[in-house]
Design a protein around this ligand. Structure first.
Ligand code: GLN
Length: 491
């Protein structure tokens, strides 16, 4: 009964007292218990906390003091610190870490009455595009190829969040996106996901991967629900020096603006040689939907797109190698004792980190080392400035861009594992917006020939999430995406 409700619908139904927050939460708690063994979307389930929060929401609803998200059950990516609830970043090294504080984003959601079902699985330290690198095992995509039982990846790194929302065991979820980790799993799981502008949400209390790129955002099954979640999560925070002090607009209202008179850019460089025909076809449909709704489609050029991946895979590992230096077994996290301090560090880090994390630390340390810093890191930073300039020039001519989210639909668990470059290519359409810090949203728009969901990406001007929502809503309405995954609550 609850499995196909949107957050917006559930919030009004709760206010009408059509059902209680406890009933809504209990149904989701039961669905998590039933489906998580199959999906592995949650690392830690918190049913008692969820039900206690639901009771508090019911009391607030009865008293007329309820916040906008009162009683709405969400999944929280296990990269957000949650006070008193284990936060692992899907790494062995944080396997025993119970934060004594709450991240600003999750505190904002709690302030508005949200209910947390538990901590969602991810790639270790958010490094990956498949959820195969989690120390707590891979996440299964609730979707399957027509006529095949192969278990597919949900994308990454926020794969647990996306799988939980797609499978209807959570109504929405938080994610973080450094190079595509909200948009790509949203596309692979057939749901909506927004990465806002860098600085829109506070990074305080989020386990850091690459601090100049990391940005929190939201997953839900509708564009409107993402708007509601982001409205709660966003805002200035004095505890994050890169968070930006500007008012949070009414994003839900922005979804109703339409696109009449808007100019939508099609970046020439995103049309790749040998592009997947299903993806190409869907992109053309998306442009036609926007044209039909009154937008003008304009060709634009982002000439430095081809350097996006190469520079991202220098900048992100460089920042990661520096951020991850703090995991040394001394102050918190898992410790492996050694004969002396250096031995303790080495054993702790050798035991605690998985292979992909070690690979990134080595790449990052190398590109930052004396002698290579100028050749790699400094050059990458210069190219990053050119990528940003590409976007600024395009946005002088258009109001938003439309591109595919990912080059293909979901792939199977185990595929691409022996080829890190093939894995990194997944991010080709999402990384440039991350490098430029501009907002991007993936909207489910159709199925490929194997019956798997594909997403379209809307990219906007810095801090113009409102236009991103307006364009995304038109795509959602025109696409009429109603397909559901094989594995889901209520099926
Ligand atoms: N897949 C990209 C990576 O592996 C992006 C990850 C992310 O956005 N956190 O770095």
């Amino acid at each position: 009964m609850f499995s196909d409700l949107s957050i917006v619908e559930a919030a009004s139904a709760l206010r009408r007292r059509d059902f209680s927050a406890r009933e809504l939460t209990q149904a989701h708690v039961d669905a998590v218990a039933a489906l998580n063994p199959r999906l592995n979307a949650f690392i830690t389930e918190t049913p008692e906390l969820a039900l206690a929060r639901a009771d508090a929401a019911d009391a607030a609803l009865a008293a007329g003091t309820a916040g906008p998200l009162a009683g709405i059950p969400l999944a929280i990516k296990d990269l957000f610190c949650t006070e008193g609830v284990r936060t692992t970043a899907a790494s062995r090294i944080l396997g025993n870490f119970i934060p004594p504080y709450e991240s600003t984003v999750t505190a904002n959601l709690l302030r508005d009455g949200a209910v947390f079902l538990g901590k969602a699985n991810l790639d270790e330290f958010a490094m990956g595009s498949s959820n195969m690198t989690s120390a707590f095992g891979p996440v299964a995509n609730p979707w399957q190829r027509a006529g095949s039982n192969a278990v597919l990846v949900p994308g990454g790194s926020s794969g647990g969040s996306a799988a939980a929302v797609a499978a209807r065991i959570a109504m929405g979820a938080t994610g973080t996106d450094t190079g595509g980790s909200i948009r790509q799993p949203a596309a692979f799981c057939g749901i909506a996901g927004i990465k806002p502008t860098y600085g829109r949400c506070s990074r305080w209390g989020i386990v850091a991967f690459a601090s100049s790129l990391d940005q929190a955002g939201a997953f839900a099954r509708t564009v409107g629900d993402c708007a509601v979640l982001l409205g709660s999560m966003a805002g200035f925070d004095a505890k994050d020096s890169t968070s930006v002090e500007r008012p949070v607009p009414d994003y839900l209202a922005a979804t109703k603006r339409g696109v009449r008179g808007l100019r939508i850019g099609v970046p020439r460089e995103y049309r790749m040689e040998g592009m997947n025909p299903d993806v190409e076809r869907l992109w053309q449909s998306g442009l036609q939907w926007l044209r039909d709704a009154g937008a003008e489609i304009v060709d634009v050029s982002l000439p430095h797109t081809k350097y996006g991946l190469a520079t991202y895979y220098i900048v992100a590992p460089a920042e990661a190698s520096s951020n991850l230096a703090r995991y040394d077994g001394v102050r918190f996290g898992v410790r492996q004792d050694g004969v002396d301090l250096i031995d303790l560090y080495e054993r702790t880090r050798a035991e605690g980190f998985g292979d992909e994390v070690k690979r990134r630390i080595m790449i990052g340390t190398y590109v930052l080392s004396a002698g290579y810093y100028d050749a790699y890191y400094l050059r990458a930073q210069k190219v990053r400035a050119l990528i940003l300039k590409d976007f600024s020039e395009a946005f002088a001519r258009v109001d938003a861009l439309l591109t595919p989210t990912a080059p293909t639909g979901a792939f199977a668990q185990g595929e691409k594992m022996d080829d890190p470059i093939a894995m990194y290519l997944n991010d080709v359409f999402t990384v440039p917006a991350s490098m430029a810090g501009v907002p991007g949203m993936s909207v489910p728009a159709g199925l490929d020939h194997q019956g798997l969901p594909l997403g379209l990406q809307v990219i906007g001007r810095p801090f113009d999430e409102e236009t991103v929502f307006a364009v995304s809503q038109v795509i959602e309405d025109a696409a009429g995406f109603s397909a559901v995954p094989q594995v889901r609550a209520g099926a």
